[in-house]
Ligand binder design. Structure first.
Ligand SMILES: C[S@@+](CC[C@H](N)C(=O)[O-])C[C@H]1O[C@@H](n2cnc3c(N)ncnc32)[C@H](O)[C@@H]1O
Length: 206
C-alpha cells in the first residue's frame, strides 16, 4: 500500500515531466471517459486526482468542475491549464485527500477518477467517500489499469509491487480486489486506451 507521503513525494517528482510521460499515452482514455461522464449540460462534476489537468480540454464548456489532488505541484499545473482555457470561470481546484473530502453529501452529479484508484492509500475509504459525495443515482466514471490474474504481466507487476511507493501506483491491481474494497456497483466495463489495455468503469450511485 502507498502512503500519503509516498504519493506526494512521487507526484512531486513526476510533476515537471508528467505531461510528457503520461500525456499522449493516456489521452484517448481520458477523452473517452470525459465524453461518457460529462454528457449533459450544467453538470456538477468532481474529478478526483485531477493531476496536471490533462482531462480539462475534454469537458463541456457548461460544466461546473471541481478538481482535487494531494499533490500541490500537480495541482498548480491543473490551475494554470484551467486559467488558459474555457473553464477558467467554471472550475475550482483544491488540495484535498480523496479519502477524507470536505464536500457535503451528494454534492456532485458525477465523480470522475482517472488513473487514481491504483495510487490511493485505502481503497475502502476511497470508495466510501466517492459514494458519499456523489448524489444518489449520480454516476461514477473511473479509468485504470487492472491486472489479469495469470501470465507474465501479472508476475512482473507483482514483482514490481515492492516499488509501489516510489512508483506512486500499485502495478499489480486486480479488478475483483478493487470492486470488493470499494463496494462500487459497476454497471458497465469497456476496454479503452492504447491497445484497449485500460478499463473504463461506469457505476450508478445507489
Ligand atoms: C497517475 S496520476 C493521474 C492524474 C490524472 N488523473 C491524469 O489523468 O493524468 C494520480 C494522481 O492522483 C493523486 N492522488 C494520489 N492519492 C490521492 C488521494 N488520496 N487523494 C487525491 N489525489 C490523490 C496524485 O497526486 C496524482 O496527481
Amino acid at each position: 500500500m502507498i502512503s500519503l507521503t509516498e504519493a506526494r513525494d512521487a507526484y512531486r517528482g513526476y510533476a515537471p515531466a508528467y505531461d510528457l510521460l503520461f500525456g499522449p499515452l493516456l489521452q484517448t482514455a481520458r477523452r473517452r471517459a470525459i465524453r461518457v461522464a460529462n454528457d449533459r449540460p450544467g453538470q456538477r462534476v468532481l474529478e478526483i486526482g485531477v493531476g496536471t489537468g490533462l482531462s480539462l480540454p475534454h469537458y463541456r464548456p457548461d460544466v461546473q468542475l471541481v478538481g482535487i489532488d494531494v499533490s500541490d505541484e500537480m495541482l498548480a499545473k491543473a490551475r494554470d491549464r484551467a486559467r488558459c482555457g474555457v473553464l477558467a470561470e467554471r472550475s475550482r481546484f483544491h488540495l484535498m485527500n480523496a479519502e477524507a473530502m470536505d464536500f457535503l453529501d451528494g454534492s456532485f452529479d458525477v465523480v470522475v477518477a482517472l488513473f487514481v484508484a491504483s495510487t490511493v492509500q485505502d481503497l475502502a475509504r476511497f470508495g466510501a467517500e466517492i459514494r458519499r459525495v456523489c448524489r444518489p443515482d449520480g454516476r461514477i466514471v473511473l479509468v485504470n489499469h487492472f491486472s489479469t490474474p495469470g501470465g507474465f504481466s501479472a508476475r512482473l507487476s507483482r514483482h514490481l509491487g515492492r516499488f509501489a511507493g516510489s512508483l506512486g501506483f500499485e502495478p499489480y491491481f486486480p479488478l475483483d480486489h478493487f470492486l470488493d474494497e470499494t463496494g462500487l456497483r459497476v454497471a458497465a466495463i469497456e476496454p479503452t486506451g492504447v491497445f484497449g489495455r485500460l478499463k473504463l468503469l461506469q457505476a450508478t450511485n445507489g
